[in-house]
Design a protein around this ligand. Structure first.
Ligand code: MN
Length: 232
């Protein structure tokens, strides 16, 4: 009996020692589910937002631009062995990412968000508790729209306009390129409630240089249900 117990003890000790000898990083690598960005399915047909956003713009925007951001960020995550396993951690560490990972990661996430905050069956105006929140933060819904439009119009070059919730405060702002308010490197910080893409690729085919007309018509397709859902 003593021999069996001793053997068992020795065997267990060797197993434990072997396990300890494996570098922790190997386990981390094996057990970690690598972050993968996935392109959401467009929640409506490409022509569903006509005449506010034209079908060809939607097809190129979703099928080419957005698809490329998704592919490129996933390539960067694999090639650079990026260790973050959630989108939240990825953006919270944006300042440490390569330009490729940061720009394409932002592009991947921002567009997934953008498609969902638009709808062909939009009500045209916010309602319910969202109205109270916008009134409280900006004075009134028209004043909120004015300030958001100003943020979209004053963003020089490519970028995004945002409504975010930072703690209990609603804020309007904009970010350059594919930055978003979840990035540690972003001046504007908070949880996105609404976003507007003001890259020329988002409007140029239909509106050419008239970003103001694009922004004005975009209000017709804002999905206030989605915005209200994110207010909680
Ligand atoms: Mn875009």
């Amino acid at each position: 009996m003593e021999t069996i117990n001793r053997r068992k003890f020795v065997k267990q000790t060797i197993t434990a020692a072997a396990a300890l000898a494996v570098p922790a990083s190997v386990f981390a690598h094996e057990t970690r589910a690598a972050l993968q960005f996935t392109q959401v399915v467009l929640p409506y047909a490409a022509n569903a937002l006509e005449p506010n956003i034209d079908a060809l713009t939607m097809e190129i925007h979703y099928g080419k631009h957005h698809a490329a951001y998704i592919k490129n960020v996933n390539d960067a995550i694999a090639a650079e062995n990026i260790p973050y396993s959630t989108e939240k951690d990825f953006f919270a560490n944006a300042s440490k990412l390569s330009a490729k990972a940061k720009n394409n990661g932002g592009g991947a996430w921002n567009h997934n968000f953008f498609w969902q905050v638009m709808s062909p069956n939009a009500s045209g105006t916010p309602y319910g508790k969202l109205v109270a929140a916008l009134d409280g933060a900006f004075g009134s819904v028209p004043k909120f729209k004015e300030q958001f439009t100003a943020a979209a119009m004053s963003r020089f070059g490519s970028g995004w306009a945002w409504l975010v919730k930072d703690g209990n405060t609603l804020k309007i702002g904009s970010t350059p390129n594919q930055d978003n308010p979840m990035m540690d490197s972003s001046e504007l910080k908070g949880t996105p409630l609404l976003a507007l893409d003001v890259w020329e690729h988002a409007y140029y085919l239909k509106y050419q240089n008239k970003r103001n007309e694009y922004v004005a018509n975009w209000w017709n397709v804002v999905n206030w249900d989605e915005v209200a859902k994110r207010l909680n």
